[in-house]
Structure formats: structure tokens, C-alpha cells
Design a protein around this ligand. Structure first.
Ligand code: ZN
Length: 586
């Protein structure tokens, strides 16, 4: 292990040599204000600057969204890097040589491998424009890829001969071992070496920070697999990369969404048409690592596979993986048999794509759509229901709630039966509930003592748990986490739940319940009042008040419709008639 000492030493050296004004100034236009500098915050949308940078303290703070930190956090946040990556990037910029890490060999070799990759990438690019690249240029022209686009995306050509690249690498003093480790050459039976990529249009695959880590090669004529990719190496892991992510990340951040497609050409075509938030999965199975990568830049992921793949079990499973890591997944459906590349290349394609994007389905509805045929036939209904339930079990209950009426109707349940079915299904499958990761931002807002009290009563009172359904309880709650906790309690025994929360080191639910308990104990309720009814009634009034506030706001801004004004009168009147049994915290 690198000692903490040498790492903090490195950090200090890098900080000494860099000025936060320069680093931030690359991304934000700053101007002097008082003792510091201000600019438009890169982390949230704003028209008047609330992002402050202090040269004295070498830090930044946004008064709008609360983000703040030093050069390292700034680079981590804006580039989507982890700490080590940010340190490497800034060290390079500062001209500081970092203390080598524990696995020195591996690091040095991956540095050298990167150089080898860059040499190969440049060679492929120049072969594309050379006389021997004729076939490749003709192919690209047929596919409607102009020279400018090919240049911009660094497309290349691997010559059809056996060792064009290998000879070039040797002439640049690249060792056999390095070329093999970089996945560029293969050993023949007779002990010689030959190029892995031959006769293929080459797509460079860069990692999230833009380093060239692999290639994908599309065959142009002749025999062989349509696409081959670099093998896994010290540089490259298919699970951890997405094609064009380095070019798409800022658009994903700005637009709050990524468009995920299957093929290199699909992603490239989308970029050309202005959808610069597009990335391609390198293979159809989506991985946790890819989910985490995307989540760094935006919360929404629009998946656009060709229509055959979009309905397949494996694809849907991958989508649940993304959703499980906190992305909201939508599925774009294209006309049968078309992929994004074909669609956008055809006339009126962009309008078609825009419309498809507009009407993308949330994952749950996509899944429902995919099994609809099964549900309609009594002979296959059960397997349709099971497929759906398997997926739904991976979601937080609050992600399911909006679709319960539709789901229940199509699965043939009454709405209030739905949660019980899901729960009994879960028991049979012994599935763990989904992780509670990446939700920190939501947690701040949930400490409404009344909501905590409601959950606490549910938690303690089995009778109460049995007698009410999520559909009665959830509308009373405003906090997302409170809803999740209430649902978890209704679907599970307290003992099991408690064990699970501890196992996941999720400390919030128990703290929340404790707060609810003390709220029930201490105040508000006269001895003869039934706390359950009192809490429910108070929450009901609260939600009515929320609605009134909302309508009131609309009327004040002159945005309310006639119906909304009438609703305001009606709701306000109903609030006056009923006497509140509890005066909660208002
Ligand atoms: Zn901000």
C-alpha cells in the first residue's frame, strides 16, 4: 500500500504548484468580486453568479447549491473521476511526479501500454488516409461517414496484411511483451507474432478520462466476426467502459440524461446529429460498473437498443441493474428492425428519433409492455407475472408506486392486492430488497416528525400493519425515504427488517423510527386519543394544506385554471369543517 504519508505529501506538492483560479477558470468564467472571484456555478443552473472562488484559501463554494471544496474535489466532480485519477491528472498538469503506488510494476506497465496504444491509434488513423485505406474509406462513405467525422472520432484502418502494425511497433522499440499485453498482436503456432486487427475499420475506445485503452474493429470485407474488440488488459475492462463516454460526459451532465445504445456506429451517428450525450455499451449485458459510471454524470438513462434486443430478458435484466444503482431508466422504441444508425441516416430520421425520445417508456412500463402478450393468454399469464415480479422486486417500492394501478390491472390483481402479491412473491424467492445506495441527498428532507410517528406506530403495532394497505398510507407521506420505510415495514417483519438495515449499515431508518416513537410518547396526544388515527388525520390535513399552498401559489401568480380555483374553494372549506384532533408542528 502507498502510505498515507506519501499520498498526502503528493497532494500537498500538487496543491503548491497549482492555482485553483487556473483550474476552475478552465471551466468557469470568473471575475473579480471583493476579495475573491465569482462565476456561474458549473454544478447547477443559474443566471446570476453564486459560485465563489477564493484564491487566498484555494477553495470554492456555491451559495446556490452548496457545493464546495478544493482543486481535487472540483476535478473529481466536473470530470467524474475518483480521487486517485484526479490526483494523477492534476499532478500531470502541475508537473509533479507522484510517489509510485504499491503495485509499481503494474502502474509503470499500464503507463507504457498507454503509449503503445497511442502509437497504434495514430498508425490506424494514418492508414485510413493512406492509399491502402481505399476499401475502408469506401465503406465509411457508404455508411454516410464523412472524412471530417472520421477524423473527429479518430476512426482508423487496420491493414489486411498480417503484420503491418507489428512491424511499425517494432520499429518504435515496442517489445513483443508490450504489444501482446496491449492486445495488439497474437502469437502464431510457429512462434511468430501477427496483428490482431486486420482489414477492419478501427474505433478507438477511450476511458472516462479520455485515455486510449482499447479498440473495436469492424470488418469491411472478407471473413471473420463482424466486430472484434481488444481483449481485457491492464488498461481495459469491458465492464468499466462505455464507448464515447469521455466525449459525452459534459452533455450528460448538462442534459441530465445519457442515451445508451448498442453499437459504435449508433453512438457516433447520434453525436453527429447533436445527441452528444450518447454512449455505447460494449456488449449488451449492462454492468454495475457502467451504472456507477453513468450515475456520476446524470440521473436518467435512455436506452435505445434495436427492437429485438429491447424486449429480451437479458436486456431487461441489465436495465434493472442500472435502475438499481439509482438511475431512472427509460426505453426508446424505434420502428421495428431499425437501429439508431439506420433511422438517423434515413430521411426524416431525426424527427422520428426525437418523437421516439419524447415517448420513451419508463422501465417498469417497458417491462410490462414486453410481457403483455404473455399476460393476455391464460396459459402463459403466470410466467408473465413472474417475469414482472422478478424485475419489480429489484426496485425501491417508491419507484413502483406510480405504476401500481396499471400494473395491477394488467396482472389481474386488485390494486390493494398488488403489494401483498409482490411481498409473497419476494418471500418465495427469498430476494433481498434493493440496496439503499446513492440516496443521501433525499435523506435530508425526510425528518417530518409526524411521518416518523406514523412509521413508528406501524413498526410497533402488528394489528395496524395488517389492517392497512400501502395505497392508503403512501399518499399521506411526502418524504421519499419515509415512503420507502413505511412500505418496507408493511411488507416485512420488523425483526427481519432490522437485521437487514444493520447489515446494509443503513442507520437512518432506525433513527427515524426512534424519533417517531419519542414524538408519540412525549407530546400531542391526550391519553384517550388513539395515536394512529390522530397521526393519520394530522398527516391528511397536512397533505391538504400542501395542495392548498400549491393552488394558492398558482392563483397568486395568475396561473390557476378555473377548475383549480374551484378546487381551492372546496378544499379550503373542507378544512374548516373538520376539527383537527392534533395540532402538529404548525
Ligand atoms: Zn451551485
Amino acid at each position: 500500500m502507498t502510505s498515507n504519508f506519501s499520498q498526502s505529501n503528493d497532494v500537498a506538492r500538487v496543491k503548491d504548484r497549482l492555482d485553483i483560479l487556473d483550474v476552475v477558470g478552465d471551466k468557469v468564467r470568473l471575475h473579480k468580486a471583493g476579495r475573491g472571484y465569482v462565476g456561474l456555478c458549473p454544478f447547477h443552473d443559474e443566471k446570476t453568479p453564486s459560485f465563489h472562488v477564493s484564491q487566498e484559501r484555494q477553495n470554492y463554494h456555491c451559495f446556490g447549491c452548496g457545493k464546495g471544496g478544493d482543486v481535487f474535489t472540483f476535478i473529481m466532480e466536473t470530470e467524474g473521476l475518483d480521487f486517485r485519477q484526479a490526483l494523477e491528472l492534476l499532478a500531470e498538469r502541475a508537473g509533479v511526479e507522484l510517489t509510485p503506488q504499491e503495485n509499481t510494476n503494474k502502474r509503470r506497465s499500464s503507463g507504457e501500454l498507454r503509449e503503445v496504444m497511442e502509437i497504434a491509434g495514430k498508425a490506424f488513423c494514418s492508414l485510413l488516409t493512406a492509399p491502402e485505406g481505399t476499401a475502408a474509406r469506401a465503406y465509411l462513405e457508404r455508411r454516410g461517414i464523412s472524412r471530417e467525422v472520421a477524423y473527429h472520432f479518430e476512426l482508423g484502418w487496420s491493414s489486411s496484411s498480417w503484420d503491418t502494425l507489428w512491424r511499425l511497433l517494432k520499429s518504435k522499440q515496442v517489445s513483443t511483451q508490450e504489444a501482446a499485453d496491449a492486445g495488439l498482436v497474437l502469437e502464431s503456432e510457429r512462434g511468430g507474432f501477427y496483428d490482431r486487427f486486420r482489414g477492419r475499420v478501427m474505433f478507438p475506445i477511450r476511458d472516462v478520462s479520455g485515455r486510449l485503452v482499447a479498440f473495436g474493429g469492424r470488418i469491411v470485407d472478407g471473413e471473420g466476426a463482424k466486430y472484434i474488440n481488444s481483449p481485457e488488459s491492464a488498461l481495459y475492462s469491458k465492464r468499466r467502459n462505455l464507448y464515447l463516454l469521455h466525449a459525452a460526459k459534459s452533455a450528460i451532465r448538462e442534459r441530465g440524461r445519457a442515451i445508451l445504445v448498442e453499437g459504435y456506429m449508433d453512438a457516433l451517428r447520434l453525436h453527429v446529429h447533436g445527441y452528444t450525450e450518447a454512449v455505447a455499451s460494449l456488449g449488451t449485458a449492462l454492468t454495475e460498473e457502467q451504472a456507477k459510471l453513468l450515475k456520476r454524470f446524470g440521473n436518467n438513462c435512455y436506452i435505445c437498443y434495436d427492437s429485438d434486443a429491447a424486449g429480451q430478458d437479458a436486456t431487461i435484466k441489465g436495465m434493472y441493474t442500472l435502475q438499481d444503482y439509482g438511475l431512472d431508466v427509460y426505453v426508446i422504441e424505434l420502428p421495428a428492425g431499425k437501429d439508431p444508425d439506420e433511422l438517423l441516416s434515413s430521411e426524416g430520421g431525426k424527427e422520428f428519433f426525437d418523437a421516439a425520445l419524447e415517448s420513451a417508456r419508463p422501465l417498469v412500463l417497458q417491462h410490462l409492455h414486453a410481457v403483455q402478450k404473455l399476460l393476455l393468454d391464460p396459459a402463459t399469464r403466470r410466467s408473465g407475472v413472474e417475469s414482472l415480479m422478478d424485475g419489480l422486486l429489484q426496485l425501491q417500492p417508491s419507484a413502483i408506486t406510480p405504476y401500481v394501478p396499471k400494473l395491477a390491472a394488467e396482472m389481474g390483481f386488485y390494486p390493494d392486492q398488488f403489494w401483498r402479491e409482490l411481498e409473497s412473491f419476494r418471500r418465495n424467492r427469498k430476494v433481498e430488497r434493493p440496496r439503499v445506495e446513492g440516496k443521501k441527498t433525499r435523506e435530508r428532507a425526510l425528518y417530518d416528525p409526524l411521518e416518523a410517528a406514523l412509521c413508528a406506530i406501524l413498526w410497533r403495532d402488528e394489528e395496524c400493519r395488517r389492517s392497512c394497505s400501502p395505497d392508503e398510507i403512501l399518499p399521506l407521506l411526502a418524504g421519499e425515504r419515509a415512503k420507502d420505510i413505511a412500505l418496507a415495514i408493511m411488507m416485512d417483519s420488523p425483526k427481519e427488517l432490522e437485521a437487514r438495515w444493520h447489515m446494509m449499515d443503513d442507520r437512518l431508518p432506525l433513527a427515524f423510527l426512534a424519533q417517531g416513537d419519542s414524538f408519540c410518547d412525549e407530546l400531542m396526544f391526550s391519553r384517550d386519543a388513539d395515536p394512529w388515527n390522530a397521526v393519520c388525520e394530522a398527516l391528511r390535513r397536512k397533505r391538504i394544506k400542501d395542495r392548498l399552498d400549491y393552488l394558492d401559489g398558482r392563483m397568486k401568480r395568475h396561473e390557476a385554471s378555473l377548475e383549480e380555483m374551484a378546487e381551492f374553494q372546496r378544499v379550503a372549506a373542507s378544512l374548516k369543517v373538520k376539527k383537527a384532533p392534533v395540532c402538529a408542528d404548525d
